[in-house]
Design a protein around this ligand. Structure first.
Ligand code: CA
Ligand code: CA
Length: 222
């Protein structure tokens, strides 16, 4: 029996022993280098508290759909939101219509708007509203990342991890946003009882405001 066989017993034991030694040497060295590298970058370690410039790189996802609705008719408008790798700040929904069918003033058509966000991740609270068809009849802003408005700021005495934990949509807001609109035609009465106004074009538009974080360490004053 050779010396190595006495020490390790078998070829398999030798292999396991060698791998263990390699891990024992390589991993502490790896983490040591990573830690030094982060320190060397001027306090950029994610766990270190310090002063940070916090910016948001923003993008808008927009969509729009128009339907012609008759009196009492309901239109269902869908918006499928996929934010990709970006966070969702908030979603704006605007319902607009412009009644110009009547010969005189007044008799403006109106809309009743409801939503169904049950297919949206995180299930935001539903919205409802009404308005006249002379421009924007109803609009809603649904906040997904709490308190987010896209403003840059300087954070002090917190870590980069703290900032990243604060600005997140938590995976909420993706999915199918449903807005339902019922049109109420207001018809100008003609002497012979004819119908002048029988419908209206209703447009629903969406804007999802997306962002990614851009955090840089503020150089300390000397
Ligand atoms: Ca009308
Ligand atoms: Ca009309």
């Amino acid at each position: 029996m050779s010396l190595s066989e006495k020490m390790f017993g078998s070829q398999r034991a030798i292999t396991i022993w060698v791998i263990s030694v390699v891990f024992a040497i390589v991993f502490p060295a790896y983490f040591s280098i990573m830690a030094n590298g982060a320190d060397g970058a001027g306090g950029d370690a994610t766990g270190a508290k310090g002063q940070w410039q916090v910016n948001f790189v923003q993008d808008n996802l927009t969509s729009e759909e128009t339907m012609n609705l008759g009196d009492g008719e309901q239109g269902d408008f869908f918006f499928d939101l996929d934010s990709g790798d970006m966070m969702i700040g908030y979603v704006e929904i605007t319902v607009s219509c412009n009644d110009n069918d009547d010969p005189g003033p007044g008799f403006t058509d109106s809309v009743d708007v409801t939503t169904d966000f049950s297919e949206v991740e995180g299930t935001p609270d539903d919205e409802s509203g009404s308005g006249s068809c002379n421009g924007d009849a109803a609009s809603f802003t649904i906040q997904i990342t709490p308190d987010w408005d896209g403003s840059s700021y300087i954070a002090d005495g917190v870590s980069k991890n703290d900032i990243e934990a604060q600005w997140t949509d938590g995976g909420n807001g993706t999915g199918e946003w449903l807005t339902s609109v019922i049109l109420n035609v207001n018809n100008f009465p003609t002497p012979v009882g004819g119908i002048v106004d029988s419908d209206e074009d209703v447009t629903v538009s969406w804007r999802a405001v997306l962002y990614t974080l851009d955090i840089t360490a503020v150089a300390e004053e000397l």
